[in-house]
Design a protein around this ligand. Structure first.
Ligand code: NAD
Length: 285
């Protein structure tokens, strides 16, 4: 069994971005900037935003945090988003989710124009992904695919089973794996006979958010298992997968922490760099 080391792969991806950006800077190109809009002080979001700021610093992206207070109205939030997206010095814009419950997340994220949508959450980005056009793939699916490829795991022809159908993980990941020529099955809370489906997966990805949800009997021998879940148990972060029993059966497995989480942040750096490159050259690569 091989551990898919997300910490290491994330360092590699960030280093790629750092080197490519440094080449632009050497030629006198302007600073690449990412703006993060955060509302309130959700403790988990604070940690994620801190990690994103650290990653920006490591690769040479200027991070601009717009922190609004918990009582910000929808109108005020939209005004800030519109203003920052218009700033030509800002290449990527993301709204840190979740927003406080009185705010409409969909309306807020839709205001980010496709060319700055480095989170890939807008209808435009998801639509491009659905029809196989170039655009921004959201960061968790992008990070997962980067990690699988880093370990030379062949995707074409493999049966990938995804549990979870969120717009930030399950759905874009299903489309991205289809674009990689996987055969994709998406399971969710209403799926019947889940274990029967998961035990047929060559690649099993769990994005449910329940500790211990995936047990060894649900996993095919030699499967690749990717654990997206983040669950806090007794002040410890664990995934969805019962790691000790499942890892004995798998060929590859991601740990939690140190698997998908760091890849998500690193992929945000990649997307921000691509947005920057497109703003300079009119193309992504
Ligand atoms: P979500 O929380 O919006 O929804 C959970 C999904 O699980 C739903 O689609 C639901 O249908 C499915 N589900 C719930 N109970 C189920 C059951 N009994 N059987 C089958 N499916 C079931 O999804 P999300 O926002 O994608 O988050 C999922 C998990 O991934 C959370 O723990 C979240 O914290 C984590 N996450 C991690 C990263 C990362 O970078 N590592 C990024 C995003 C989300």
């Amino acid at each position: 069994m091989v551990i898919l080391d997300g910490k290491k792969a994330a360092l590699d991806l960030k280093e790629e971005v750092r080197v490519r950006l440094a080449n632009y800077y050497k030629k006198g190109a302007p600073q690449c900037n990412l703006a993060i809009i955060m509302v309130g002080d959700n403790p988990a979001s604070e940690v994620y935003v801190r990690n994103k700021a650290k990653a920006c610093e490591a690769v040479g992206i200027g991070g601009k945090l717009i922190k609004l207070n918990e009582n910000t109205t929808q109108e005020e939030l939209e005004k800030y988003i519109k203003a920052v997206t218009k700033d030509p010095k800002v290449h990527g814009v993301m709204v840190q989710l979740p927003l406080p419950s009185h705010l409409d997340e969909d309306r807020a994220t839709e205001l980010v124009p496709p060319e700055k949508d480095v989170d890939g959450f807008t209808t435009a980005s998801l639509g491009k992904l659905a029809v196989g056009k170039q655009g921004f793939l959201s960061c968790t699916p992008g990070g997962i695919i980067y990690l699988l490829k880093k370990y030379k795991i062949v995707l074409a022809g493999k049966h990938a089973v995804i549990i979870g159908r969120s717009k930030i993980v399950g759905k874009p990941l299903a489309l991205a794996l289809l674009n990689e020529n996987c055969t994709v099955t998406v399971c969710h809370s209403r799926t019947k006979n889940l274990a029967k489906i998961t035990s047929k997966a060559d690649i099993l990805i769990s994005a449910v958010g329940k500790a211990g949800f995936i047990t060894a009997d649900m996993v095919n021998l030699s499967a690749v298992v990717v654990d997206v879940g983040i669950n806090r148990i007794d002040n410890k972060i664990v995934g969805d997968v019962d790691y000790n029993s499942v890892s004995k059966k798998t060929s590859f497995i991601t740990p939690v922490p140190g698997g998908v989480g760091p890849m998500t942040v690193a992929y945000l750096m990649k997307n921000t760099f691509l947005a920057y490159q497109k703003s300079l050259n009119g193309k992504y690569d």
